[in-house]
Design a protein around this ligand. Structure first.
Ligand SMILES: Cc1cc2nc3c(=O)[nH]c(=O)nc-3n(C[C@H](O)[C@H](O)[C@H](O)COP(=O)(O)O)c2cc1C
Length: 174
């Protein structure tokens, strides 16, 4: 019998929307959960923090991060979640992928947003991770407050499980 797939959900959240989605995913997939924290904890707070966040994305300035509590080597699949910032991944997430891409075998991406920018965000994450995600999921902050979130989580989880099962079949057939 195959060992269960070990899943880690890694995310950044400034105002808890992505955190909520990440929590639901980790629960559905029985995975672990790692919140990225910046060294400068208050950098994103308030209106000034909003402006700093836009500028950091536009200037591609990296965000120094606190050490992780989980070891990436212990996981088969990493789900990476970010809010969309100015049509891109949030600075903590782009920094983290740039630093860690070598340690990831299989990835899936998710993002939350006001309404637009998910495709560019996923394209950027794929470039930084240097690998194609097995599944992606984007949800607006408004839909997070409705039943759509339940449906989106279910569909994303199914897409991940299908992709992993298909990969397993290929390995067995070899
Ligand atoms: C600095 C900044 C830039 C943003 N840029 C976009 C954007 O380009 N497109 C969009 O749809 N939403 C944008 N948003 C809205 C967030 O993506 C959205 O509210 C998200 O769900 C917040 O996630 P969080 O609560 O996990 O931080 C931006 C928010 C911030 C703080």
């Amino acid at each position: 019998m195959n060992a269960p797939t070990r899943i880690l959900v890694v995310f950044y959240s400034r105002s808890e929307t992505t955190a909520e989605f990440a929590g639901r995913l980790a629960a559905e997939l029985e995975g672990d959960y790692e919140r990225l924290q910046e060294v400068e904890l208050l950098r994103r707070a308030g209106p000034l923090g909003f402006l700093r966040s836009i500028l950091d994305v536009v200037r591609k300035r990296p965000a120094p991060l606190q050490p992780m509590t989980h070891r990436l080597a212990d996981y088969d699949v990493v789900l990476i979640g970010t809010p969309v910032w100015a049509g891109r991944a949030s600075t903590p997430v782009s920094t983290w992928i740039s630093e860690r891409w070598r340690q990831m075998r299989t990835v899936a991406f998710f993002c939350t947003m006001g309404g637009r920018g998910s495709q560019d965000t996923f394209a950027q994450m794929q470039r930084l991770a240097r690998c194609v995600p097995i599944a992606t999921c984007a949800i607006s902050a408004r839909d997070m407050r409705q039943d759509v979130a339940v449906e989106k989580v279910a569909r994303f989880v199914l897409a991940i499980k299908d992709a992993l099962a298909a990969r397993e079949r290929v390995v067995v057939a070899r």
